[in-house]
Design a protein around this ligand. Structure first.
Ligand SMILES: NC(=O)c1ccc[n+]([C@@H]2O[C@H](COP(=O)([O-])OP(=O)(O)OC[C@H]3O[C@@H](n4cnc5c(N)ncnc54)[C@H](OP(=O)(O)O)[C@@H]3O)[C@@H](O)[C@H]2O)c1
Length: 345
């Protein structure tokens, strides 16, 4: 066992979000995350929401007035046909991401699709094909990967400073009221797609695709899955332990365990927050700290989308469609093993 006392965390290389070329955004769906995304976008970038699409004129009008958008469309179809929109942000429940992403892509629009991109890998593969055929930009809104915090982790992983990585341990648990959509079986409720996207993304990012999995799950009173624990085996004798729950709050922390050093991401690990670097003997070597803002940091991913579209790319290298599909393949397998099915999937 070796310790490397001189090991330090690098500074994040995240580009200034305000420097990203300004695009005209259309927002599809006017719910909880759409409101936060637009607030972050307008506060932290030069991007502008110019149009909103909703299932009702009333919601479209209300949201457009709130965010200062010029046009309020009474349908998603009308939004994607808006010639003055460059990129559509899809912010509807999981079960409809596939349908509305397809609608926007077929209308020739670039898309940023809320996580999870689709409810399963099969749908994501179909979208990937469509995206490639149409030549538009598409990305799952896995905002964590665009935060300065995650760029520090990215650099540490790239440097090999952790030594051989043996484990990723990640959890995401949150309490929700009974009337939240996460309790609804018809909207693919349960923790997997809302909360699990983050730890399964982290595992996939650090360890790659799983080779083998075991999983157990239990139901919540509403009939959706309540919690799931999974163990996966990966190349290089590495393994991951992932837990997700809506039955109570949990630390929502993550640890990347290397033979030379370990990275801890105190909870909530997928939002802005600290990065702790520990030597193999557990001694703290370095700590990066930032203000613990939450969804105010959603704009980093929007700036990435704008930069990539402006340079003519159809994907971001930090969240490729292949990565999204690989993550969903593990989530599909964990659901199969734990007996978790969604209506129609
Ligand atoms: N990145 C993050 O941190 C984060 C956080 C929360 C949620 N999310 C993701 O964002 C997505 C939306 O979550 P949310 O919490 O914003 O949901 P929400 O508050 O329920 O809003 C969803 C919106 O989608 C539209 N919609 C279309 N079909 C619908 C249907 N059948 N039932 C209900 N609404 C429907 C509605 O807008 P109109 O009435 O205008 O059509 C509604 O306001 C989810 O996929 C979730 O995973 C991401």
């Amino acid at each position: 066992m070796t310790t490397t006392p001189e090991l330090r965390l690098p500074e994040p290389r995240t580009p200034d979000p305000k420097a990203a070329p300004a695009l005209r955004w259309g927002v599809l769906g006017t719910g909880w995350i759409a409101e936060r995304f637009v607030a972050a976008l307008h506060a932290g970038t030069r991007q502008r929401v110019v149009a909103v699409g909703s299932r009702s004129q009333e919601s479209a009008d209300r949201f457009a007035a709130e965010v200062g958008a010029e046009r309020a469309h009474p349908s998603y179809a009308a939004l994607v046909e808006d010639a003055e929109v460059d990129v559509v942000y899809i912010a509807t429940p999981h079960t409809s991401h596939f349908e509305y992403a397809r609608l926007a892509i077929e209308a020739g629009k670039h898309v940023l699709i809320e996580k999870p991109m689709t409810i399963n890998a099969a749908q994501a593969r179909e979208l990937r094909e469509l995206v490639r055929a149409r030549g538009v930009f598409a990305m799952e809104a896995l905002w964590s990967l665009f935060l300065p915090r995650f760029d520090i982790v990215r650099q540490v992983l790239e440097s090999g400073a952790l030594g051989r990585i043996r484990a990723v341990i990640a959890d995401n648990g949150e309490w929700f009221p009974e009337d939240h959509r996460i309790m609804r079986t018809d909207l693919a409720g349960g923790p997997m797609l809302d909360l699990g996207t983050y730890p399964y993304m982290l595992v996939n990012w650090v360890l790659g695709a799983h080779e083998q999995a075991h999983a157990f799950g239990q139901r919540a009173p509403s009939g959706v899955n309540g919690q799931t624990a999974a163990i996966t085996r990966h190349a290089g004798d590495a393994q991951a332990v992932v837990h997700t729950t809506i039955l109570g709050a949990s630390p929502t922390a993550a640890t990347i365990v290397g033979e030379e050093a370990t990275i801890e991401l105190p909870g909530p690990f997928y939002m802005p927050g600290d990065v702790v670097l520990r030597a193999a003997d557990g001694a703290e070597l370095d700590r990066w700290t930032e203000p613990s803002v939450k969804h105010e940091a959603l704009h980093f991913q929007a700036a990435e989308v704008a930069r990539r579209i402006a340079e003519g790319s159809t994907e971001s290298p930090y969240r490729t469609l292949d990565d999204t599909i690989s993550t969903l393949e593990t989530m599909d397998e964990v659901r199969r093993l734990s007996g978790e099915t969604f209506d129609g999937a």
